[in-house]
Design a binder for this molecule. Sequence first.
Ligand SMILES: Nc1ncnc2c1ncn2[C@@H]1O[C@H](COP(=O)(O)OP(=O)(O)OP(=O)(O)O)[C@@H](O)[C@H]1O
Ligand SMILES: [Mg+2]
Length: 506
Amino acid sequence: MTAPLLEFRHISKSFPGVKALEDVSVDLRAGEVHVIVGENGAGKSTLMKLLSGAYAADEGELLLEGTPLRKNSPKISEQIGIAMIYQELTLVPELSVADNIFLGHEIHKGPLLNRREMERRTEALLASIGIAVSPRTLLRNLSIANQQMIEITKALSKNAKIIVFDEPTSSLTSAEIAELFRIIAALREKGVGMFYISHRLEEIFEIGDRVTIMRDGKRISTTAIAQTSMDRIVEGIAGRRIENVYTRTPSERGETLFALRNLSGGVFKNVSLQVRSGEIVGVAGLVGSGRSEVARAAFGIDAYKSGDVLVRGKPLPRGNPQTASRAGIAFLPEDRKREGLALSLPIRENTVISALSRLNPRGIIRRRKERAAVQKYVDDLEISTPTVEKLTNFLSGGTQQKVVLAKWLLSQAHTFIFDEPTRGIDIGSKSNIYSLMDELVRQGAGILMISSELPEVLGMSDRIYVMAQGRIAGELSREEANHYAVIQLAFSRPEAAAEGGTPDER
Ligand SMILES: Nc1ncnc2c1ncn2[C@@H]1O[C@H](COP(=O)(O)OP(=O)(O)OP(=O)(O)O)[C@@H](O)[C@H]1O
Ligand SMILES: [Mg+2]
């Protein structure tokens, strides 16, 4: 038998207070998609960073086609054909597609750059995986999905034999995900070996060949996808059976806490909605239908043109998130890393910031009280950290998101606007977050939940607004709502209807 393309052998790696990896052995074969799943903080990204040369292992070795790799660094890793595709992209927005692809390994003609040759090769590479983008387009003019395709093309330009995808689909539309999967399948045919990390478990069955489950830095199991099931994977990840992911107890509806009245702005028009005490209101729609834009404008991050934001019936002054927060609104943004956290500060400070005056009346700082308050959410959300004093910069991606959530839960707001609350969150923690939401509304809060995960919207919402083309295309009660009804509205054309035109009958 020939040696696998790549092998991690008995790898261990520690950070202060955390054993991130413990005796992990995993291999990758040419032409396979090896999925890695596990809770937030399980060690998935750390394992991949050993491969990219960003970190060095404390113990164990890395073998490339059977030969131990004595030393690794980002440069060596690149030379031996390893490429990483992260959710956050690493390309240069102001450069063209071709310039990005050849950045760092430009083709020269004498002392000059050979632009024409680089463009010609870029074109051929793009064609080889079926991407229709001009090599001269500036990167910033491409969608996130297309930028990701360019990252992949860049990897191919360097003849990558191993490609790592770390949560690549979290901001893609379903059509874009289909496109990515088509490319991954083409790469598999070319014999490229791929590691694929994702919390969207349904994806595993679509593109995976084998799946490795990790928990607390250890490898729990590696199985052929054909020989496992969703239930077994979920149980392996969480370390327990999860019977009901969604918790909803009927709760009494009270006053209207939050409302938008004919809100119009950049991409959205005439949006009216209400959130009452005791209810979870879902906002469904396609990626790009204007849901996040509405939420950002309502919370005062972005401007809007006309209409009103009403808190308990009173208009909220525009354009000021501090005012919104003081009025009792909490907002969990889609891009948590950039907008929700001070990365250079510890978990405790990031969390208590929204509750400082309540925890420390008369301005006297009570560290112990703060710590206890934060610890409750660290436990409830299973935030994986040795201490609440850890800097958020060093937390795993999903753990960072949980910290932002903890911050708002602690704020004692009455209205919570959650934009994709469980994106990047592991399955076990998802179910904890749902029961926390349920608890919040039982205590009288109202929740407006934007989500692209249909099962989540259907499982948690009392009512659902569906947006399409920047407008509310329709409203569904819990009883009326189902997969089909939501999708039909999401693909409808409310604009044509609003302007009195005839809806497209096709
Ligand atoms: N540079 C670092 N310094 C300190 N601790 C770190 C560092 N990098 C990772 N860790 C810790 O190592 C553990 C594993 O983190 P890792 O990012 O590998 O998790 P993950 O499985 O990718 O999680 P997620 O699903 O949330 O992305 C976590 O406890 C994390 O806080
Ligand atoms: Mg990670």
